[in-house]
Ligand binder design. Sequence first.
Ligand code: ARG
Ligand code: MN
Ligand code: MN
Ligand code: MN
Length: 311
Amino acid sequence: SDLGVVLVGFSGGQCKEGVDAAPTALVGAGLLNQIQDELGYTLHGDTEVRNYNEIRPSSDEPYRGMKNPRSVSAVTEKLATQVYEQARHGRMVLTLGGDHSVAIGTIAGTAKAIRERYNGRKEIAVIWVDAHADINTPETSESGNIHGMPVAFATGLAHSDDKDIFGWLQEDQKLSTTKLVYIGLRDVDRGEKKILRDHRIKAFSMHDIDRHGIGRVVEMALAHIGSDTPIHLSFDVDALDPMWAPSTGTPVRGGLTLREGDYIAECVHETGQLVAMDLVEVNPSLDVAGASETVRAGVSLVRCALGDTLL
Ligand code: ARG
Ligand code: MN
Ligand code: MN
Ligand code: MN
């Protein structure tokens, strides 16, 4: 089958250098070769890593507390087009970040392509696997880092009328809050907790995984989405415990085992509903001793989502 590939060397959604090197590290570890040769996909799109950090508006002063707002907006607007171009040919789309702000663009791209494919009769669901909810608005964010806000922009809970600062997002590129499910949460800001409650957003925290086990949690997450809804899987490697993925910008202890992460990806693949996957926040320049372990974890998660099986 066909796979559109989008390799995003970008770090502007947060303040630590090095997350832009992740696509090169993942490709260097053999991910694309394995997808072609072992999993049998035909690759489309640009298989060279692009440096999106070069997309720099001449001045990029903070806006409503957001750091690098025009840069992140320009990058994600371009990504929305790139992902849409792959998805509209009926291809699954794999995006390797970069920090999690890239999901503003990737979700916009798949949301629009799926609405078009089904003449407005279907919309995507997103499974957001992460230690964090990434649903701060510019006003609730304490950091100003846009990688903590992508879900707010993707759903329209945050918006701006300035074309250069996410004002390009159209209705047909947006995600419904009812079609969003979280797995793995354990570091959610106070303002985010209120947003999750107020909008009754479905979320399975590490507490839920402890109580029910990963098998039951994935079953409940998929039941919430339903069997006729295309799925976009947005996987932040920091959902994994730092034992498995230490090289990431905002590690949080008490996370998923590598097998639990792989299991989520395997189950989403098994539904046959997967239309797009993001793998983000691998930063090989942090915890250099653990970098290859983190990259290997990322490779494993993607392979599982694309249909690699144990037997
Ligand atoms: N909640 C914090 C913030 O808003 C941390 C977000 C971390 N996000 C991530 N994609 N790793 O800054
Ligand atoms: Mn995270
Ligand atoms: Mn926190
Ligand atoms: Mn994230």
